[in-house]
Design a binder for this molecule. Structure first.
Ligand code: HEC
Ligand code: HEC
Ligand code: HEC
Ligand code: HEC
Length: 177
């Protein structure tokens, strides 16, 4: 029977479930996005990302330029250095608690720009942009890019949003805009 006391309990539970899930979006990894976002008709975003430097950002930390910089600056291994990984690795950003399938080798992966996908990945939610956003989907703007594209990066190049976003574009040609 739904007494006043029961109702209060139900409301409180719903409130808790909502608050908890809002904090625990997990990083599911690019392979999960690939299942639905690699079709030529809708823009094969996964394939485009594989060709984009972000997907190679972890590998870069083992390049000669990284090793030279590390040697001069007393860093033992840039590929294991938190100071470098913070911008070169989505896996690192997820931290031990929020890794739901994401792999270190993904470098800067989909979810660094679009948000952790555990709650928005289901087809019913994804098809509804407002629902997807309410479940953690981000449509990135310049403000997000410059959290990494800034002078804290020892190899910083001047960031021009229009030019840079064009280089990594992966639009959906079928989308109604
Ligand atoms: C089960 C299939 C599925 C999965 C898994 C999935 N998506 Fe989607 N996504 C869709 C569909 C369907 C749409 C609606 C547009 C379309 O048809 O491509 C969409 C739309 C989007 C949009 C565009 C929203 C807009 O309207 O501008 C983004 C960004 C996006 N997905 C990112 C991701 C990312 C990142 C992942 C992985 C974390 C992911 N999706 C996983 C099916 C999926
Ligand atoms: C989580 C950190 C991060 C975010 C957020 C991010 N980037 Fe990057 N970006 C990088 C890293 C790291 C590289 C270097 C990849 C490599 O070569 O290893 C890079 C490289 C690039 C490059 C290639 C630069 C060149 O000199 O060829 C472009 C273009 C780019 N990013 C555009 C963007 C845009 C546009 C956004 C926002 C929509 C963005 N990035 C958001 C970390 C980030
Ligand atoms: C604040 C974020 C950030 C930090 C911290 C950072 N990087 Fe980067 N890194 C980037 C971005 C963004 C790029 C792409 C170049 C650009 O457009 O500025 C990049 C590019 C590079 C490149 C490629 C340069 C080229 O043009 O080929 C190397 C090598 C590199 N980073 C090594 C490192 C190392 C080693 C560390 C740690 C000591 C580090 N990065 C720390 C964001 C960062
Ligand atoms: C460096 C940041 C960055 C990364 C990494 C990235 N995206 Fe995007 N993505 C963007 C930007 C910027 C847009 C354009 C947003 C807009 O139209 O407002 C976009 C748009 C999209 C769209 C919508 C296309 C449309 O025209 O409706 C989809 C779908 C998408 N991304 C999926 C992915 C998937 C899947 C991955 C990984 C395989 C990925 N993205 C990786 C920055 C990124």
């Amino acid at each position: 029977m739904l007494t006043k006391k029961n109702l209060l309990f139900v409301c409180l539970s719903l409130f808790l479930v909502n608050t908890i899930s809002a904090q625990t979006y997990k990083y599911i990894g690019a392979d999960k996005c690939k299942m639905c976002h690699n079709k030529p008709a809708t823009g094969e975003q996964y394939k485009k990302w594989l060709a984009d430097p972000h997907s190679k950002a972890l590998k870069t930390l083992s390049s000669q330029a990284s090793l030279d910089y590390a040697k001069k600056n007393g860093i033992a291994d840039p590929a294991k250095e938190a100071k470098c990984l913070k911008c070169h690795s989505t896996y690192e950003k997820a931290g031990a608690g929020l890794r739901g399938g994401i792999l270190p080798e993904e470098g800067v992966s989909c979810e660094s720009c679009h948000g952790a996908g555990s709650a928005f990945k289901s087809p019913t939610i994804m098809k509804n942009i407002e629902m997807a956003k309410a479940n953690g989907l981000i449509l990135p703007t310049k403000e997000l890019c410059v959290t990494c594209h800034n002078k804290e990066n020892p190899f910083h190049k001047e960031f021009n949003y229009e030019a840079f976003v064009a280089k990594i574009a992966h639009p959906n040609p079928a989308a109604k805009k």
